[in-house]
Design a protein around this ligand. Sequence first.
Ligand SMILES: [Zn+2]
Length: 96
Amino acid sequence: MTAEKSLRICEKGHKYYKSSDCKSCPTCNKENKPKNGFLSKLSSPARNALIHEGIDTVQKLAMYTEKEILKIHGIGPASLPIMRNSLEEAGLSFKG
Ligand SMILES: [Zn+2]
């Protein structure tokens, strides 16, 4: 077995091991997907709906009331507890 995994450090300073020449850093990949933790917890229709409205951070989410969020096409009541939790984690809450 000579498939050696070498320690790499990405441009952001994350350390990771890769056996190939693949430059992708797992930490950066995660960060790049949904910019923000709360989007990654949502189902993709809900996530896309929020992104479409320009709501890509919990800070922006906190500018809306639950009613306003539910009015957005693609967002169902099941997404609300997830969003509420994410807001709470950030010390925020829905408007109103
Ligand atoms: Zn990285």
